[in-house]
Each structure stands twice: as structure tokens, then as C-alpha cells.
Write a protein that binds this ligand. Structure first.
Ligand code: F6P
Length: 408
């Protein structure tokens, strides 16, 4: 009798993904879909995030088709549609969402997203009581997950969201790749990294050998900029080449306007009010050249960490989170989001290491102070320990030889 009640025969679970894509979204969809099918659900995909629940709706049937979770991105497509009234669109479109959930007879909704998509899901849950489960995703890793990291007897509140492990692997590899050309020319390379207002992803460049980093959590005021140039000068004199990772959202002091500002690629805003960043690496590189007389180059990593296949860590992570999501559904605990309880290596990614948080507590989590040393502009050993659970040991290759100078 009890077993029968737990089979969701005749019920429909729908999945949507919103916001910037990551290499781990298809993997999340595949894992949720597969488990929902085992529980007896019919599984729908809602296309383009919240947009697929507006108007007549844009819904596809995932029940009887194969789904490839290893390929990155999201086959359901994504958008930054916000159903709540915004400056850009003052109409409250939540009634359209509600109408479509009813029309398509959707009994359970799984929203794969960061704080924008899941923030909207939380608000609809609170207002309308829909049976929703949030599923984390972001390469920025700035969605609070209450994941603890044990380091040297200390408990640090970290974050780990699917998508970040794959993105961090890309940035780490890209930085390592840049080392040989940078060494050949004895340059300073300024590598710009996505992440919006958080420096989590920028730290992964440290794994590929970036010696220094600038993050949005610490504004580059006039005073801090002076210290930064001093530190760059000192390190360049010692090593004769440097990679400096710079978060796209760093606030940088403008010597002419005497103001702190961010560098945008466009003044347009999306429906959540975000402008598009881009170009701060060029500003930092040209000031380094001017101030220190050293050749500096800017390199924007752009969408590279968002692209390509899902990493092994993320494959296993999304699988364990999907197990937890199903556990929540079986218990009828809606309005929650499965999260990783403690930072663990890949082989520890099992359902018993997953927990859940109320969607009401969803919010942003900037980089912890324990992870970044603003005096030296470097990521700390605690950060390296955090990320080595995900990426393994850091590896910093170099030419590995010095030559004796020949005298005529
Ligand atoms: O939030 C993810 C993210 O990749 C940010 O790091 C970046 O600032 C933004 O999305 C870029 O957005 P879009 O895909 O709209 O250009």
C-alpha cells in the first residue's frame, strides 16, 4: 500500500534551466530525468527557463527520448527571463506561469539555476505554494549552499555548485597553457575571468599557475592599486614573467576621473538588472605597461569555462544531487534545494554527503576572506585546499632549466 503511494504514476515532473549555461546542466537534467522516470513520473522539459512557461508555453516531452548529459550546456536552452515585474518589464507574469503549470498538468517543478532563476522559484513558491525543488548551477559559484570546508581544524563556509568544477578545470588548464608563451616573451599576462561579483572562479587560475589575482570582493582603491603595482614589480623582478588573473567584476580606481568603476562590455541590462562585464584586463594590462615599463598583454577567457563537456567531478556531483532531489520529492519536502554538505573529493560524492536548504535562504555568497590574501593579492592555502578536493593537486609547469651564460 505504501509502495503504491510512492509511485508517481500519472504525475508529471517538469525541468527548466535558466540563466547563464554551464557544462553541467545537461548532466543535471539527465540525472533528474532518469530518477523521475524510475519513480513513475512522466518527464517534461520546459524550454528557455521561465520563458517556456509564459504565453502558450514551450514544453517538450523528455519521457521516451535519450538524453545526453555528458555534452555541456543545456539542450532545453536557457534565458534570463524573470516572471516578476522588473524595470525592463513591469508586467507581473507569474499568473501566466501558474496558468501553464495547470494547463500542462505539471505536478512537480525542478528549476536548475543560480540565484536569479532559483530566487524567482523561491518567490513563486512562497507566494503560490507550487511544488518546486531548486537545483543549483553556476560557474560563478556564488549561490549560497552552506557547504562546509574543514581546513586545519577550522570550519569555513564554502560554496560548491555544479558547473563550477567544470569551469574551474577549464580556467586552470587555460592558465597552464598560457605559461609557455608568457615565459618565452617574459611578459605579464592579465587573464580576465568571468564570475560576475564573486572571485571563486578566478581562484582556479591559481591552479594553472597564475601568481597573482584580483577579485571583486576587494575594490582596487587608489591605495590598494599602489600596493598592487609594488607587488607586481617585486614579483616580476624575481621571476621575469607573471600571470595575473583578474575577475571581470573588479572595481578599479580610475586615475583620471578619481572614481572606482567596473568595466562593461555593454550598457544593456538583462531582466535581473545585470549589465555585461568585459574589458577590465585591458585596462589593468595597459596600466601595468605604463607604470612598470614591462610588456603586458590582456587575455579574456570569456565563455571558455562555460563551454564544452561536463567534467567527471560534475557528472558525479549532479548524480548525487539528483538522488537527494528525489529523496526530497518522495518526502514531499518542496521549496528546498539539494546541496553538498561538506567539501569532498570525487569519490565522496554520494547521497549521504548531500543535504538540503530551504529555498528561502537562497542568496549570494562572495568569496570568503579566508580564501584570499588582499595584502599579497594571492589566493590562500585554504583556497588551494578547497579546490584540490575538486581538481586534485595544483600543477605549475615551467621550462625547468637555466642556461649558463657564455662569455666571449
Ligand atoms: O552568471 C554566469 C555568467 O557567465 C557570468 O560569469 C557572466 O558575467 C555572465 O554570465 C555573462 O552572461 P551572458 O551569457 O548573458 O553574456
Amino acid at each position: 500500500m505504501q509502495t503504491k503511494e510512492k509511485i508517481f504514476k500519472g504525475k508529471t515532473l517538469a525541468i527548466l534551466s535558466g540563466g547563464g549555461d554551464t557544462p553541467a546542466i545537461n548532466s543535471s537534467i539527465e540525472n533528474v530525468r532518469r530518477r523521475a522516470l524510475l519513480l513513475g513520473f512522466k518527464v517534461y522539459g520546459i524550454r528557455k527557463g521561465w520563458k517556456g512557461l509564459l504565453g502558450d508555453g514551450d514544453v517538450v516531452d523528455l519521457t521516451n527520448v535519450p538524453y545526453n548529459g555528458a555534452y555541456g550546456g543545456t539542450a532545453l536552452r536557457s534565458s534570463r527571463t524573470n516572471p516578476f515585474p522588473t524595470k525592463k518589464n513591469p508586467e507581473d507574469r507569474v499568473p501566466q506561469v501558474m496558468k501553464n503549470l495547470e494547463r500542462y498538468k505539471i505536478d512537480t517543478l525542478v528549476t536548475i539555476g543560480g540565484d536569479d532563476t532559483n530566487g524567482a522559484a523561491k518567490r513563486i513558491y512562497e507566494r503560490e505554494g507550487i511544488p518546486v525543488i531548486g537545483f543549483p548551477k553556476t560557474i560563478d559559484n556564488d549561490l549560497r549552499t552552506h557547504t562546509m570546508h574543514s581546513y586545519n581544524g577550522e570550519e569555513i563556509e564554502a560554496v560548491l555548485c555544479p558547473g563550477f568544477p567544470s569551469g574551474a578545470l577549464c580556467i586552470s588548464n587555460m592558465t597552464r597553457h598560457l605559461r609557455s608563451t608568457n615565459e618565452s616573451h617574459e611578459r605579464i599576462m592579465v587573464l580576465e575571468v568571468m564570475g560576475r561579483d564573486a572571485g571563486w572562479l578566478t581562484g582556479s587560475a591559481t591552479f594553472g599557475g597564475a601568481e597573482m589575482a584580483l577579485v571583486p570582493e576587494f575594490e582596487m582603491t587608489a591605495e590598494r592599486k599602489e600596493r598592487f603595482f609594488e607587488e607586481v614589480k617585486k614579483r616580476y623582478a624575481e621571476k621575469k614573467n607573471l600571470i595575473i588573473a583578474v575577475s571581470e567584476g573588479v572595481r578599479w580606481w580610475n586615475d583620471e576621473t578619481k572614481e572606482l568603476g567596473m568595466v562593461y562590455a555593454s550598457s544593456e541590462t538583462d531582466e535581473y538588472g545585470h549589465k555585461r562585464f568585459g574589458g577590465v584586463s585591458g585596462v589593468v594590462a595597459s596600466e601595468i605597461s605604463k607604470r612598470l615599463g614591462v610588456e603586458a598583454r590582456a587575455q579574456i577567457s570569456g565563455y571558455y569555462p562555460r563551454a564544452g563537456a561536463c567534467s567527471d567531478y560534475d557528472r558525479r556531483f549532479t548524480s548525487a544531487l539528483a538522488d537527494k532531489a528525489m529523496d526530497l520529492i518522495l518526502r514531499g519536502e518542496y521549496g528546498k534545494m539539494p546541496v553538498l554538505d561538506h567539501i569532498v573529493a570525487q569519490n565522496g560524492l554520494e547521497e549521504y554527503n548531500m543535504s538540503s536548504i530551504d529555498m528561502g535562504s537562497i542568496g549570494n555568497q562572495p568569496l570568503q576572506a579566508a580564501y584570499y590574501d588582499e595584502q599579497t593579492f594571492t589566493f590562500t592555502d585554504a583556497y588551494v585546499d578547497f579546490l584540490s578536493h575538486v581538481l586534485g593537486a595544483p600543477y605549475w609547469p615551467d621550462f625547468g632549466c637555466t642556461f649558463a651564460k657564455v662569455r666571449p
